[in-house]
Design a binder for this molecule. Structure first.
Ligand code: 5GP
Ligand code: MN
Ligand code: MN
Ligand code: MN
Length: 305
């Protein structure tokens, strides 16, 4: 028995690279211009549940945070819940000390039955490509701007799930809680050569293509999809930087109830397209100040769980 889920958009099995993959602003403009597609960008603000809302019988309470950037200890308390979710950028550079401290911190919350996290572009040591590059440069002693990563012992970078012993680390992987299916992955559009940076278009789409299309309830990515909580503020204008192919994947193929992410700090917020609730739960704000509240929601337990 599948639970009730309003699907507003016709579901497809395959997503092709969007012709406007590289230009999220133009992609959204084009969607809105056509009467055939404008319904895909009817974005409604929704207010998150007040943090003191009593837990509901027959539901699983999720507490969502992201982008703590090593400042997790400033979050002195967290709302009570069954599952804690973190959408990446839990460190500054993925250094061993910070990863260990984060693990210890997350381990101190005994009330959560499950703690689930993904990496972000700041978890440099979790990205095998960057780790390999650093090692190569260290060997031939050429300059590498990732030089700080040399301080991360190889044993740690090769075995990160063991360092994060107090939570479940998802990388292109799925976990079920009370029959609720959660999938997570760290990939994000190239920007400055950081961890899990991936080219827009085919390369990123190949990562999103790994997300199962048969009923994921909660999707965790580090980066936002185009059009939902993805605006960067410049001095005079705003620019969308979310992933176009992720937006197509979420709205047309995966159709989860919730899509959680962070990465674009200034776009912290909670919106819906009438099918999926999109939550940017970045803890730090545009000036990297730790200040935003965690976001909570209650997910009805599937009847056959
Ligand atoms: P972080 O370094 O924590 O991943 O991202 C910090 C900030 O960098 C974001 O809040 C956003 O202002 C900016 N940023 C991150 N990714 C992009 C991107 O792809 N394009 C632009 N223009 N800014 C980005
Ligand atoms: Mn643009
Ligand atoms: Mn961040
Ligand atoms: Mn980020």
């Amino acid at each position: 028995l599948k639970m009730d889920h309003t699907t507003k958009f016709k579901k497809v099995d395959t997503i092709s690279v969007d012709p406007l993959s590289e230009d999220p602003d133009e992609f959204i403009d084009q969607l809105v211009k056509s009467t055939q597609t404008r319904h895909r960008h009817q974005v409604k603000q929704i207010s998150p549940l007040p943090l003191d809302t009593p837990m509901k019988e027959g539901h699983t309470r999720f507490v969502c945070i992201s982008d703590t950037h090593g400042e997790h200890r400033k979050l002195e308390s967290l709302p009570k819940g069954d599952v804690l979710l973190h959408c990446g950028d839990f460190t500054d550079l993925g250094k061993q000390k910070q990863v260990e401290d984060f693990n210890e911190w997350i381990g101190s919350f005994k009330d959560f039955k499950h703690k689930i996290i993904i990496g972000g572009n700041h978890e440099l040591s979790f990205d095998p490509k960057i780790v390999a590059e650093v090692r190569r440069r260290a060997l031939d002693r050429t300059f590498c701007w990732y030089e700080y990563i040399n301080k991360i012992p190889p044993a740690i970078t090769d075995d990160w799930p063991k360092v994060l012993s107090n939570c479940v680390y998802l990388q292109d992987a799925e976990v079920s809680v009370n029959g609720i299916r959660i999938y997570g992955c760290p990939w994000n559009p190239e920007f400055g050569g950081w961890g899990f940076n991936t080219k827009r278009g085919e390369d990123l789409l190949s990562k999103w293509n790994k997300i199962p299309g048969d009923g994921i309830d909660i999707l965790m990515t580090h980066c936002p999809p185009a059009g939902f909580c993805d605006q960067v503020e410049h001095y005079q204008w705003e620019e969308r930087v979310g992933c176009v192919d992720l937006m197509n994947t979420v709205q047309l193929r995966v159709q989860p109830k919730y899509h959680l992410f962070g990465h674009i700090h200034e776009a912290y917020g909670y919106v819906t397209d009438g099918q999926t609730n999109y939550i940017n739960c970045s803890y730090v704000d545009r000036k990297r100040r730790p200040c935003n509240l965690p976001v909570i929601f209650d997910f009805p337990n599937p009847p056959d769980a």
